[in-house]
Design a protein around this ligand. Structure first.
Ligand code: ZN
Length: 144
């Protein structure tokens, strides 16, 4: 089941510059930051009410296989994805695949903020990259 929008991801070229900007904008100088090896990215989360804004900076070049770097090369900085929280990511992947949606990866992988994540291919979602996310602490993580 899809529960809510957890965050909107914003691709940025320079985390230092963008953190300064968003810290001013949102009145929060201490976003939760971490490096996510699997996604080849550094991220900063700014909580806003029930959701958050996630800044994403690539730790590698586009030729190094970073999807964020590729995105910025193609479209420039800006909104990169919308993240939906689900209660059981494996079940949601199966449900959506059976409805004809395509995924970037078939299996969930570790994302930021203690979550398992999977991305729907924008080809099958009106050009919008959608991230499904499940808290790893929750009992059914990764299981059907
Ligand atoms: Zn995200």
């Amino acid at each position: 089941m899809i529960k809510r929008i957890t965050h909107v991801g914003v691709a940025v070229r320079n985390m230092g510059i963008s953190r300064e900007l968003f810290s001013k904008l949102l009145g929060n100088n201490f976003p939760h930051t971490e490096k996510v090896e699997e996604q080849k990215a550094t991220i900063a989360f700014y909580p806003i009410g029930e959701g958050s804004i996630e800044l994403i900076e690539s730790t590698e070049s586009a030729t190094g296989g970073s999807s964020i770097a590729k995105f910025i090369e193609k479209r420039g900085e800006g909104i990169h994805h919308i993240c939906l929280e689900v209660d059981n990511i494996a079940q949601e992947i199966m449900r959506l695949k059976s409805l004809g949606f395509q995924f970037v990866d078939d299996k969930p992988s570790p994302g930021g903020d203690g979550c398992l994540v999977a991305f729907l291919h924008p080809k099958s979602t009106n050009g919008v990259l959608i991230e499904l996310s499940q808290k790893i602490e929750s009992q059914n993580a990764g299981k059907v």
